[in-house]
Design a protein around this ligand. Structure first.
Ligand SMILES: *Cc1c(COP(=O)(O)O)cnc(C)c1O
Length: 399
């Protein structure tokens, strides 16, 4: 659905890739707030009921607003099509469960979004699917983990908490040569910064709750892939039922209109702030793919157009100092999530304390003095001033 428009820039595509679906005088499309849709006649009903991914039969199967959002996302990711789900986890669970069966093996990363890790570690084994977790920065190790029954390679880059990257162009061909399907979670980058499909990845999944929606107001997910893969994934979707409401699909469509300008601004601010943080005496280390000091900076340059919203950094202090620093900030809100208009910050060790013990946190690189900062659209000078004040306040109280 995207090829004829391939010459447009992303800035234009987010506004016009869905023009073909306009059917009224509206400049802004209506919210098709309907769970079910009327047939014109018997033949039309037979078509609606029998055609997979019909956009106006029953909203769990599809919705006219979904169709517009999907056209834009498929265009941005360079895939034939896209499916929408009610959350990022809805997208990931649906795609994974559609692609594996009992007896299959999955290769995945040691670092994944926590709920993805649970799907791989806790849910799949209950259905007879085994997963091998591999250090993602080592493409050779990913290849060595492949077994004759490996069906799926699950990837995510950049990944929490230290923004480690996976070399997509190295992994994709070795999977393809063996007939293994690759899935990449592209949430932290967005298609503006990274296009996994162009590097050979089969299925690109998103938490559209983050950069794509961009305003911290909706929960949504997306699966971008070929028509051939969309078919079984859509069938699983109609069974699992992770449905995106027409209202949230419409909010997502509105968010997408500004995606290109938001991501450009967020990339620039985040890089500026990452460089600035690196120079602060109270900061121990900064992880950001756009920084020359990132251990995989060359890979970041090759595979990403921008570093995205998330900076992880450690401050020179213990858990208590880090807690005080986060509490002292006025601009970044103390909240999980990322990629929206508001800057958000979380104290990583506090975030994962309820679900991991100390040994697990150490294994996952989550130091007690570590924060995850999602840069929003505030002016970077104002963010710097706030960060500087909070760092000084947190460390002053230490004595
Ligand atoms: C948030 C997130 C998810 C899950 O998305 P939801 O919309 O919260 O279900 C998956 N992967 C990554 C990388 C995320 O950041």
């Amino acid at each position: 659905m995207n090829d004829p428009l391939a010459s447009w820039h992303a800035d234009t595509r987010v506004l016009h890739d869905d023009d073909a679906f306009a059917d009224g005088p509206d400049v802004v499309p209506p919210i098709h707030y309907s769970a079910t849709f009327r047939a014109r006649d018997a033949a039309d009903f037979a078509d609606m009921a029998g055609r997979p991914r019909h956009p106006a039969y029953y909203t769990r199967y599809g919705n006219p607003v979904h169709e517009r959002v999907a056209a834009i996302l498929a265009g941005l990711e360079g895939t034939e099509t896209a499916l929408l789900t009610g959350s990022g986890m809805g997208a990931i669970s649906t795609a994974v469960l559609a692609l594996v069966s009992a007896g299959d093996h999955v290769v995945a990363q040691t670092r994944h979004y926590m709920s993805t890790a649970k799907l791989l570690d806790e849910v799949l084994p209950r259905f007879g699917v085994e997963t091998t977790l591999v250090e993602q920065s080592d493409a050779e190790a990913l290849r060595d983990a492949i077994r004759p029954n490996t069906k799926l390679i699950m990837l995510e880059t950049p990944a929490n908490p230290t923004l480690v990257l996976t070399d997509l162009a190295a992994v994709a061909p070795m999977a393809r040569a063996r007939g293994i399907t690759t899935v990449c979670d592209n949430t932290f980058a967005s298609p503006l910064n990274q296009q996994p499909h162009a590097l050979g990845i089969d299925v690109v999944v998103h938490s559209a709750t983050k950069l794509l929606g961009g305003h911290h107001d909706l929960t949504a997910g997306a699966i971008c892939c070929s028509h051939a893969l969309a078919e079984p994934i859509w069938r699983m979707h109609t069974t699992l039922g992770s449905v995106l409401s027409p209202m949230d699909a419409w909010l997502l469509l509105r968010g997408l209109r500004t995606l290109a300008v938001r991501v450009a601004r967020i990339n620039a601010s985040a890089l500026e702030l990452a460089r600035w943080l690196q120079q602060q005496a109270q900061v121990e280390r900064v992880h950001y793919p756009g920084l020359e000091s990132h251990p995989q900076h060359a890979l970041a340059q090759a595979q990403m157009k921008g570093g995205g919203p998330v900076i992880a950094f450690a401050i020179k202090g213990d858990y208590a100092v880090t807690s005080r620093f986060v509490a002292a900030l006025e601009l970044p809100k103390h909240a999980v999530s990322l990629g929206g208009v508001d800057s958000l910050i979380v104290h990583a060790a506090a975030m994962w304390a309820g679900t991991m013990n100390d040994a697990q946190m150490e294994a996952a690189d989550i130091a007690p003095n570590f924060v995850r900062f999602s840069v929003g659209l505030e002016h970077p000078d104002d963010l710097k001033a706030d960060l500087a004040r909070a760092l000084a306040a947190a460390l002053r109280e230490r004595g």
